[in-house]
Every structure is written in structure tokens, then in C-alpha cells.
Design a protein around this ligand. Structure first.
Ligand SMILES: Cc1cc2nc3c(=O)[nH]c(=O)nc-3n(C[C@H](O)[C@H](O)[C@H](O)COP(=O)(O)OP(=O)(O)OC[C@H]3O[C@@H](n4cnc5c(N)ncnc54)[C@H](O)[C@@H]3O)c2cc1C
Length: 425
């Protein structure tokens, strides 16, 4: 029987280090959020228009370089600063938060799995904000079970020919670079899928149905179609085919703190509005913020938001220190994503409640906070799937706790031992 685990072993504790660069980037993002994001948020939402002014300001401030390593033209600041920047932008408009963060999602397959030549080819322009990026994994019949995707990429001479359709491509049309996951070996179980880069304008590649969405309406989500799209074999991410699913999963582990940070920003943004309103709105001759039931809502909203923030920072910090492949990253990323996005939905719901009837009207941004929050629980892996991931890790890690078996009922211990003896017989 193993002894008790050392305190640092299973929980993946990490120091959260806020570098000067991280603070500087977050401060720039907060400035841009108030100057370029918040003022136009309602208009961009209503018209489903991309906020190019804000994107240009983000590019000019060098914020697209946050997630790009220094040697490829970025600041190499890391995942924690990326979370802080995303949170600051999303606080003003959750939709713009994802419009920014999706560039990291689309770039991670190249950063994690690309060759040096591929990184040199694509990342410098991404870091400068000259080229936007999208991530094409989901399909009509492959959502939570992304491994069931059906778009194919067939090697013909020196080119891959891509055929099929992707669903829900965020940034589609705006993006210049698309990380596309496709089947390159239908006969293989573990090496079936590869990732390839498709650039905007490649013949046969088109953006089709632009979705009419409930929230995050300032960023396009589209279908991307691949009608015999030919790309040079050098566009296959990495040195060999078959690594795509692994790269997709590593990418999602790296990107989930970004969605979670978007959720923290969204929650904080809704809380900010609720606080201002609660202090000014009077009923029964007093500000509604003086009523205990409203205070309970405000206190819970603030506490949950703060708890979500530190879970996200701790996860992001751990990735910066240990890399995407560090043990327990998947579990912690799933916890941060699941918890923070549930918090965003709860806080946005209570913010609407605090606004009363006005909260239900599209005249005020709090209704948009509510609409924008819902998607957070769905994309980049639904929260049901995140809970499955967390539970799977917990159950596996429980093997480290065998020293505690003497504290469970003896009959359960005996039955378990007998089962083990039977199954091993
Ligand atoms: C606005 C928007 C933007 C998006 N952006 C992108 C993008 O940029 N790139 C990209 O590749 N994808 C993107 N997606 C896709 C997104 O990641 C998927 O929608 C999500 O993973 C869920 O897949 P699905 O919609 O097919 O739902 P399904 O997988 O069909 O799930 C339906 C329901 O069943 C539940 N469920 C499924 N399997 C299980 C299970 N095993 N146990 C318990 N419950 C389960 C789910 O939790 C959910 O409640 C986007 C989606 C939306 C709506």
C-alpha cells in the first residue's frame, strides 16, 4: 500500500506570479475596453458587426502577441496574462472577449504542434494583429464527440485536398488563418486526424451560413465549407500526420482558461452594472442596495466572481509553469472553465433580477450580459463534458488515497477485496 501523497503531488499547486509585463498588458486592455469596446458594444451586438476599431486598438497595443512566443514576434507573456487581458476586454463586452481570445485558440495548434518553419511562417503576423485566426474542429454531427469528425484531407501528390463542412467557426470570415481538423487516415484509430492550416482566399474554401445568435453577436460564427480545397503538404501542422486529435485536446486545455477568463470578465461586468443600479434605484424610500435580499444577491455575485477569478488565475499560472502537458492541467482547465462559466450565468441572471423590469429590456446592457453568458456554458466543451473530465481525473487520482481504506466500512473493504480476487482469478 502506498503512503500518503506529499502535499504538492496530486493537487498541482502553483504560485501565481503577476509579472510587470502581465500587469502592463492587463492595464492596456482595460483602457482599450473602456475607450473602444464598451461604447460601441450595443451597436455591434444589434447589427452583428465586428468591432474593427477595438481590434485595431488591441493590435496597436501589442495584445495579440500576448500568447505568441518571443522568438516568433510575440511578447511570450503566457496564459495568465492572456487570461487577464481577456478578462479586462470581456468586462466591457463579453462578445469582444471571445473575438480576441479565439485568436489564441486558433493559434495554439501551430504553437504547440507546428514546426519551427510553420511558426515562423504564420505567428509573426498573428502577434502583430495583422492576421486573425479561427479554429475549425466542430461539425454538424461532431460536437462533444469531436473525434467523430468527418471532413477529410487526402494527400494527392504534394498537396492535401480537403473536403467537407465545419460548423460553428468563430471568427469565420474575419480570420485569415484557419486551423482545420480533418481525417487523414480513416483506417487508424489513434492517428486518424491531422490539423492543417487553410488561408483565406484558398480556392474552394468559403464561409457559408453566418449564424444569427442569441449572444456574442459582435463576432461572427459561421459554417466553413471545403470544396476540394488544395493546400501544400507543408500546411499540415507538425512533422507527421495523425497528431491532430492530440493537438486539439492540448489546445483546448491551453485555451479553456481563456474562456473561463471571458466568463470572469462577463460576471464582473454584470456585477458592476448591478452595483451602480442598486445604489441609485430607490423603492420604499431607500436605495434597493439597502435591502438585505438584494445585498445577499450582490454579496454572492461578488464572492462567486472572485472565487472564479482565482481558480482561473491558478490554472493559467500552472500552465505557464508546467506547460500544456503538465499533469492535471486538463482537470484544472475543466474546473476553471466549468466553474467560471456557471458563475457568469448565475451572476448575469441575478444582475437582470436586480434591474427588475428594466433588466428585461434591450435598452440597457444588462440584458446583453445575460444573453452573452449562456454560450460560455456550451462552447469549448459543454459544462457536462467538463464535469465528466473532472470526475474521470478524480476517480483515477483516488488510487493515491488507498491509505484511507481503513476508514470505510469493513464490509465494503471485504467485498471490494473479494471482487478483486474474483476478477483477477
Ligand atoms: C456560438 C458558438 C461558437 C462556437 N465556436 C466554435 C469554434 O470556434 N470552433 C469549433 O470547433 N467549435 C465551436 N463551437 C462548437 C462548440 O464547441 C460545440 O457546440 C460544443 O462542443 C457542443 O457540441 P454540440 O453543440 O454538437 O452539442 P452536443 O455534443 O450534441 O451536446 C448536446 C447536449 O448533450 C450533452 N452531452 C453530449 N455528450 C454528453 C455526454 N457524454 N454526457 C453528458 N452529456 C452529454 C451536452 O453537454 C449538451 O448539453 C461553437 C459553438 C457555438 C454555439
Amino acid at each position: 500500500m502506498r503512503g500518503p501523497p506529499s502535499p504538492a503531488e496530486p493537487a498541482m499547486h502553483s504560485d501565481i506570479i503577476f509579472t510587470d509585463l502581465a500587469k502592463e498588458l492587463a492595464a492596456k486592455a482595460a483602457e482599450i475596453a473602456e475607450q473602444y469596446v464598451r461604447p460601441g458594444a450595443a451597436k455591434h451586438d444589434k447589427l452583428q458587426e465586428y468591432n474593427w476599431d477595438a481590434a485595431r486598438a488591441v493590435a496597436a497595443a501589442g495584445l495579440f502577441g500576448t500568447f505568441v512566443p518571443v522568438e516568433y514576434g510575440g511578447t511570450g507573456a503566457g496564459i495568465l496574462p492572456l487570461a487577464m487581458v481577456t478578462e479586462a476586454l470581456a468586462r466591457a463586452d463579453s462578445g469582444f472577449g471571445v473575438a480576441f481570445a479565439v485568436n489564441a485558440l486558433g493559434s495554439f495548434p501551430i504553437i504547440l504542434g507546428g514546426t519551427d518553419a510553420q511558426r515562423k511562417r504564420w505567428l509573426p503576423a498573428i502577434a502583430k494583429g495583422e492576421k486573425m485566426v479561427a479554429f475549425c474542429l466542430s461539425e454538424k454531427f461532431a460536437g462533444s464527440d469531436a473525434s467523430g469528425l468527418s471532413v477529410t484531407a487526402t494527400l494527392e501528390g504534394d498537396e492535401y485536398v480537403i473536403r467537407g463542412e465545419k460548423k460553428w467557426t468563430t471568427n469565420g470570415g474575419v480570420a485569415d488563418i484557419y486551423s482545420v481538423f480533418a481525417v487523414t487516415d480513416p483506417t487508424s484509430k489513434s492517428r486518424r486526424i491531422s490539423a492543417l492550416v487553410v488561408e483565406k482566399g484558398t480556392p474552394g474554401f468559403s464561409v457559408e451560413k453566418v449564424e444569427d445568435k442569441m449572444g456574442i453577436r459582435c463576432v461572427p460564427v459561421v459554417e466553413t465549407h471545403f470544396d476540394n480545397v488544395r493546400v501544400p503538404k507543408e500546411n499540415l501542422i507538425g512533422e507527421r500526420p495523425g497528431m491532430g486529435f492530440k493537438h486539439a485536446m492540448m489546445t483546448l486545455d491551453m485555451a479553456r482558461p481563456g474562456v473561463a477568463a471571458q466568463a470572469v470578465g462577463a460576471a464582473q461586468g454584470a456585477l458592476d452594472l448591478a452595483l451602480v443600479y442598486a445604489n441609485r434605484r430607490k423603492q420604499f424610500g431607500a436605495p434597493i442596495s439597502s435591502f438585505q435580499m438584494v445585498q445577499k444577491m450582490l454579496a454572492d455575485m461578488a464572492t462567486k466572481t472572485e472565487a472564479a477569478r482565482w481558480l482561473v488565475y491558478s490554472c493559467a499560472g500552472a500552465i505557464d509553469q508546467g506547460g500544456a502537458g503538465a499533469p492535471a492541467v486538463s482537470k484544472k482547465a475543466a474546473m476553471a472553465k466549468c466553474f467560471a462559466t456557471d458563475v457568469a450565468m448565475e451572476v448575469a441572471t441575478d444582475a437582470v433580477q436586480i434591474f427588475g423590469g428594466y433588466g428585461f429590456m434591450e435598452d440597457y446592457p444588462v440584458a446583453k450580459c445575460f444573453r452573452d453568458a449562456k454560450i460560455l456554458q456550451i462552447y469549448e466543451g459543454t459544462n457536462q463534458v467538463q464535469r465528466m473530465v473532472i470526475a474521470r481525473h478524480l476517480i483515477k487520482e483516488a488510487g493515491e488515497l488507498e491509505h484511507l481504506q481503513q476508514y470505510i466500512p469493513v464490509e465494503t473493504q471485504n467485498a471490494y477485496a473479494a471482487d478483486g480476487a474474483t476478477s483477477s482469478a
